[in-house]
Design a protein around this ligand. Structure first.
Ligand SMILES: [Zn+2]
Length: 211
């Protein structure tokens, strides 16, 4: 079995059971995170950071833990569906990549034991797989070998996540600007057409008088 360095919340062999953006009856607007299962149910923080929320969302995330990575105020990494009473950390706790957070469960909107990993930038869900160092596709029998992913890797990866997010947003907003401009030019064209047709009918009238 091929093994490689990943940055996922479980230790050892794991499966990716649902990918970011996947559609399904469970997800009205597409799946907002990545689902992982593993034989070893212990869950670890996947970043060096601080716990911002230990929450309960009966219809969604179930028992969840939200972590703010060190130095990245705009980013949150959220681990969901934990066993209700398994959480080992509390709000304000400093965690590292290897801090045990709790136990994988199936609380909330979940049909089986797994962890839903969600990454948010400015509270908008983004694909966490570039940060997790895995492909955004279903796979089984993957092996997380060790914890080679360190703080400087984390900083580089999260800086890339923010850059991608901001680039996408600015191209979307310039796209919106262009559409606005097209609309206003179209309106201008319509008004010119109306003037032209009024002028044409005046010419016709004058021609009638001359005739
Ligand atoms: Zn999920």
């Amino acid at each position: 079995m091929a093994s490689y360095t990943t940055n996922i919340p479980v230790n050892n062999v794991f499966n990716v059971t649902a990918v970011f953006g996947q559609s399904g009856s469970m997800w009205k607007n597409g799946h907002k995170g990545v689902d992982i299962t593993a034989d070893n149910k212990s869950l670890y923080s996947i970043c060096d950071g601080e716990v911002t929320v230990v929450g309960w969302d009966a219809d969604g995330w179930g028992r969840y833990v939200s972590i703010k990575p060190n130095g990245f105020e705009r980013i949150r990494i959220i681990l969901c569906h934990l066993v209700k009473d398994s959480v080992k950390v509390k709000v304000g706790d400093k965690v590292t990549r290897v801090t045990k957070i709790g136990t994988m469960g199936t609380t909330g909107n979940s049909t089986g034991v797994h962890v839903h990993v969600e990454m948010r930038v400015d509270n908008t869900a983004v694909d966490p797989t570039p940060y997790m160092l895995i492909a955004n596709k279903k796979a089984s029998g993957l092996e997380d070998t060790d914890y080679k992913f360190n703080s400087s890797d984390q900083n580089a990866a999260l800086t890339a996540v923010l850059a991608a997010f901001d680039t996408k947003n600015s191209s979307e907003s310039s796209h919106a600007e262009c559409e606005k401009k097209i609309k206003s030019l179209e309106a201008e064209l319509e008004s010119v057409k109306a003037k032209l047709s009024a002028a044409e009918s005046k010419i016709q009238n004058v021609k009638k008088i001359i005739a």
